[in-house]
Design a protein around this ligand. Structure first.
Ligand code: MG
Length: 421
């Protein structure tokens, strides 16, 4: 391939998030909730936004492909051309993603666990790779490096064998950028041994390719252990604040004391409907309402709680209830929806918001809900962590019209206001 044409070629990204997250308590790492959003969404957003990237392949655990499809749809990422299940080793996952980007001349491989990748790192990587066909983000080591002789027994202990000259040592990050044919050749060269390489550059090196280094970023950290989470969240929060577009003009009453452009309040809207069927308890707002029919659902079917959760998540700009608590997930079978509401409040708190008030309407032909409204308000208020007088629940019939009017379903609507924590 001529360097000139290669330089102008199409670039695609493989975002690798296929790890099982064994060191993160078994939660699939790509979907770990970070400031209320799945970890993989941060890197995906950045590649989606970069004008230099035309296509994205997401590599996720086999059991999470559907979940990723929902996320892509909800987030509206239009560059995602494939969601592919990862393999046992990192190399298998990258290869799977690479196959999905056949139309691309250049491939950026990036770890979903590095949510702080920036458009600058993408642009610099592509520019650096043009010279040799391969380049990776890396940083020179700052710490003094010791080679340690491990003691037998206790892990993480040992004696210093020697102090290593660090002057030529760099720590590899991602993106790692390759001309696609070069990376394909590297995989072919490694064959069965591909799984032994800890990054993609090592594969290319083993195949004799020249891999350039370009300046990574100290912010571009990798989330590996549970104790990494506070640092990653702090860096993301700082970046979200920095990137928030400043609003011009006079300060308004909607502005937080924290600074210009920071909205102090936001509103969200939620809607839900469930079928009424025999053999289920009727639960609304966490209250069991005596009735010969109940609401069908994977959880307890509490349409009022679900509308409230969606209003809350919407106000905070977070993915909806179906994303947060997937209906196919066995953990949420017959789940107490007020428990889900409490968890949604925690996720919104992590994103910097707290509920202020909610107003809801339940549309229900029968039974009569009036005797239970007060208790619903109390229970919702308790789950939201606000005073009962900040929760309003109203019940209406549908005047005998449509499915709700025929007593086949119950629907609920909610509007929620949130304020900055
Ligand atoms: Mg529902």
């Amino acid at each position: 391939m001529e360097p000139e044409t290669a330089g102008a070629g199409r670039a695609g990204a493989v975002i690798v998030g296929a790890g099982a997250g064994r060191r993160l308590g078994g939660v699939e790492k790509a979907f770990l909730s970070v400031l209320g959003r799945p970890l993989i969404s941060y890197a995906a957003e950045t590649f989606e936004r970069s004008p230099l990237v035309e296509a994205i392949a997401l590599v996720v655990p086999l059991g999470s492909v559907e979940r990723a499809e929902r996320l892509v749809k909800q987030a509206g990422w239009r560059k995602v051309v494939a969601i592919v299940p990862g393999g046992a080793e990192r190399a298998d996952s990258v290869r799977a993603g690479l196959r999905a980007l056949r139309a691309c001349d250049w491939v950026l491989v990036h770890d979903a666990a590095r949510p702080l990748v920036s458009e600058r790192l993408i642009a610099d990587g592509l520019a650096a790779a043009r010279a040799t066909g391969a380049a990776i983000a890396a940083l020179p080591l700052r710490d003094t490096i010791k080679r340690v002789v491990a003691e037998s027994g206790a892990a993480g202990t040992g004696r210093i064998g020697e102090t290593v000259d660090r002057s030529n040592l760099w720590a590899a990050q991602t993106p790692q950028v390759f001309r696609r044919d070069l990376l394909e050749r590297a995989f072919a060269h490694a064959g069965e041994r591909a799984g032994q390489f800890t990054d993609d550059a090592a594969l290319a090196e083993a195949a004799g390719a020249e891999v350039a280094i370009y300046a990574g970023s100290p912010e571009n950290v990798k989330l590996t252990l549970p104790e990494d989470l506070p640092l990653v969240e702090a860096l993301l929060r700082a970046r979200l604040e920095r990137d928030r577009p400043a609003e011009g003009g006079e300060p308004s009453c909607g502005e937080a004391p924290g600074g210009p452009g920071l909205a102090a309040v936001r509103a969200g809207i939620g809607y839900d409907i469930h079928r009424l069927v025999p053999g289920r308890r009727l639960i609304l707002g966490g209250v069991v309402v005596p009735c010969e029919l109940g609401l069908l659902g994977h959880s307890d079917g509490d349409a009022l709680a679900h509308a409230t959760i969606d209003a809350l998540l919407g106000a905070c700009g977070l993915p909806d209830i179906g994303w947060q608590f997937p209906p196919g997930d066995p953990r949420f079978r017959d789940a107490d929806s007020l428990g889900l509401l409490r968890e949604a409040v925690r996720r919104c708190a992590a994103a910097g918001w707290k509920p202020a008030n909610v107003d809801a309407t339940v549309v229900c032909e029968r039974p009569r809900l009036a005797p239970f409204i007060r208790e619903m308000q109390w229970r919702l208020a308790e789950a939201l962590g606000i005073a009962p007088d900040q929760v309003s629940v109203k019940a209406k019939t549908n005047e005998g019209l449509d499915a709700i009017g025929r007593g086949e379903a119950i629907a609920a609507q909610a509007i929620m206001l949130v304020t900055r924590k």
